[in-house]
Design a protein around this ligand. Structure first.
Ligand SMILES: Cc1ncc(COP(=O)(O)O)c(C=O)c1O
Length: 421
């Protein structure tokens, strides 16, 4: 158990009793610290480059208004990818120019909403540029390119550049992009790229290579670009042996390539980044409880109420999360698969973990659950999504989200008349 989870121990039982199990819990101080890291990086880059630099927190990682409030207090901006995320961003007080709409395969109606909201849009295919141009000729847009190099990410499913991804426009299609833009008198004011999600220190150079590849394409093909958006990807350590991302090194290396770019490409006025995971990930925990213990075919299974619907990362990406079990007094060490309550073989929270034999009812704490945790949760098999709370330094607890109720799930569901409920 590390210090962070140790601190949670004093609260965990009380929280579960009050707000139900499982429950997402966030540590405000950690969240604030990670926001401050990003504003520090923003300032370092801005000072070194003498250009505007803006960090747009990627709402998809966690869209809870309490997270967004902290992001806003740190002076960061946001990006969003859907009408609901946009609505939440606006409600949290972000101004139009502080929001960026980074979307993928959206309808003409959704584009209209973005246009009417006066939010800068980033379009990621020629087809989408065409759909936009038809409706809003003569406007300014950003486009997402695929810099061609293989991106960086913790799983193939989150690598978003290279030959195997649905994202962005590749160099061979730039001419067609320019034709479509010209047809509708669109001005491409910004270029966006996002290489993938999660790089740590061993992949900083790959990230920088990807950045260089994108910048080279801009220099070679695009004229008069004002905004260069380099996306997100800043990682956090999930495994005990992993080290935190050294942002000073990232900053130093970025400054070098961006300075060269700025010297050669005069029109650029602003760099943007879209950190998602980095900000809320380490602040978040998912607390649940042990519901069953079984030993079959030589394998221990520790059943919990934390199903893949509550935290999908382990089953979706084979992602590792630290799991701590509170409460056991046993000295007996076992190797166990820690699993959820969903009827799927892939519903495994942690494989082959060495733990002490727990008891039913012991609390289970999953670390690093603050990003792509609650935002990816679902009602699969009719399970209720958890409540969420924030813990502040002085011990104050704020409810961020109610635990769902059966009524929430049944709302909008129609039953044939003969099934009276
Ligand atoms: C376009 C875009 N920007 C930013 C992000 C945030 O990425 P991360 O959470 O790795 O920082 C994502 C997530 O994959 C994304 O798709």
């Amino acid at each position: 158990m590390n210090n962070k989870t140790e601190r949670l121990k004093e609260y965990a039982k009380m929280l579960i009793n009050k707000y139900g199990s499982p429950l997402y819990v966030y540590d405000y101080e950690m969240l604030k610290k990670r926001c401050e890291d990003m504003s520090k990086l923003q300032k370092q880059l801005e000072n070194a480059l003498a250009k505007k630099v803006r960090m747009h927190y990627s709402t998809k990682a966690n869209s809870n208004p309490y997270i967004l409030e902290t992001v806003k207090e740190a002076g960061l901006y946001v990006d969003c990818m859907s009408p609901v995320e946009l609505m939440i961003n606006k409600k949290c007080g972000f101004k139009n120019q502080e929001i960026l709409y980074v979307c993928n395969n959206i309808t003409a109606e959704e584009m209209k909403l973005v246009y009417e909201s006066k939010i800068l849009i980033c379009l990621d295919s020629i087809s989408q540029v065409d759909t936009w141009g038809k409706q809003f000729p003569g406007t300014k847009i950003m486009v997402r390119i695929n810099p061609g190099v293989v991106g960086v990410g913790h799983s193939e499913k989150v690598i978003t550049s290279g030959k195997l991804t649905k994202f962005g426009i590749t160099e061979e299609n730039f001419e067609e992009l320019f034709e479509v833009a010209k047809k509708y008198n669109l001005t491409i004011i910004g270029i966006h790229q996002h290489l993938g999600s999660l790089f740590l220190n061993d992949k900083i150079d790959n990230y920088i290579m990807g950045v260089k590849a994108g910048l080279n394409l801009i220099k070679k093909h695009f004229k008069n670009i004002k905004i260069v958006d380099l996306g997100g990807g800043f990682g956090v350590p999930y495994k005990p042996e992993e080290k935190p991302l050294n942002l000073d090194i990232v900053s130093e290396k970025l400054i070098k390539v961006l300075k060269e770019f700025v010297n050669e490409y005069q029109s650029v006025e602003e760099f943007k980044f879209e950190p998602g995971r980095y900000i809320p990930c380490e602040a978040g925990y998912l607390i649940g409880q042990v519901t069953a213990i079984k030993h079959e075919n030589g394998q221990y299974y520790i059943g919990t109420d934390i199903g893949m619907n509550q935290l999908v990362r382990p089953s979706m990406y084979d992602a590792y999360h630290e799991i701590t079990i509170f409460g056991t007094k046993s000295e007996e060490k076992i190797q166990a698969n820690i699993v959820g309550n969903i009827c799927e073989s892939g519903d495994i929270l942690g494989k082959n973990r060495t733990i002490t034999l727990p008891n039913i009812g012991d609390l289970v704490v999953v670390s690093n659950a603050g990003a792509y945790g609650s935002s990816m949760a679902s009602n699969y098999t009719g399970r209720l999504r958890p409540g969420e709370v924030m813990i502040y330094k002085d011990g104050r607890i704020e409810k961020m989200k109610d635990r769902e109720t059966e009524t929430n799930i049944l709302q909008g569901l129609y039953f044939p008349k003969k099934y009276k409920i």
